[in-house]
Design a protein around this ligand. Structure first.
Ligand SMILES: CC(C)(COP(=O)(O)OP(=O)(O)OC[C@H]1O[C@@H](n2cnc3c(N)ncnc32)[C@H](O)[C@@H]1OP(=O)(O)O)[C@@H](O)C(=O)NCCC(=O)NCCS
Length: 174
């Protein structure tokens, strides 16, 4: 069973190990975070930064679990809860060994539920590289629609790269 839960310091070691195992698989699709991203100490520092974002109310980071075993991460970042803009941006990755079994699709469904039903947001955005067809499929299966192309939007794999933007609207939002 696929579940998501708030990230914890104990996740640093399995996350570093999954990233090392899937290094070549993940590299084309992710920011280049340097060697620290593959060490337990480096991931602990990331998790501490995630705690700070949560305390500030601007970001939530979750471990994705498959029957209680960590298989990836999902993030709700750029959270804005204003009167006229209520939005966040979802990002995710799934370990190579767990990919292709619907893990990301379920994790995005669960995270979207938190964004809409717990945070009360009006929209969730996602950004993918133009040729990240697997990620686009995950989004489309969760009701996201493409809303445009943002040139040089994010620095992925060391280069500022164009991204397709997607969004899904909260049908219950007032
Ligand atoms: C993208 C990613 C999260 C998908 O995770 P996953 O758990 O394998 O995703 P799912 O199994 O839920 O769904 C993947 C879908 O993409 C499809 N897919 C996989 N590779 C594909 C490809 N090369 N072209 C088109 N579709 C592809 C699968 O068939 C599946 O769709 P289907 O169920 O309709 O058949 C994972 O590959 C990953 O972590 N990639 C590296 C990091 C990344 O890209 N993160 C997202 C950044 S926007």
């Amino acid at each position: 069973m696929i579940t998501i839960r708030p990230i914890a310091l104990k996740d640093a070691e399995p996350i570093a190990a999954l990233r090392r195992d899937g290094r070549d698989y993940l590299a084309p699709w992710e920011p280049d975070r340097g060697e620290a991203a593959f060490t337990t100490a480096g991931v602990r520092t990331e998790i501490e930064a995630a705690f700070a974002r949560a305390d500030a109310g601007i970001g939530l980071t979750y471990a994705i679990e498959d029957d209680g075993r960590v298989v990836g991460q999902i993030f709700l970042n750029s959270i804005v809860r204003g009167p006229y803009f209520r939005s966040c941006s979802v990002g995710y990755w799934v370990a190579k060994a767990a990919a292709g079994r619907g893990v990301a699709t379920e994790a995005v469904r669960l995270a979207k539920g938190i964004a809409f039903d717990v945070l009360g947001l009006h929209r969730v955005q996602a950004e993918t590289l133009i040729d990240n067809h697997a990620s686009q499929r995950v989004l489309q299966r969760n009701g996201f629609e493409p809303i445009g192309m943002a040139p040089a939007y994010l620095k992925i794999a060391g280069r500022w790269q164009d991204h397709l933007l997607f969004q899904v609207l909260n049908p219950e939002a007032d």
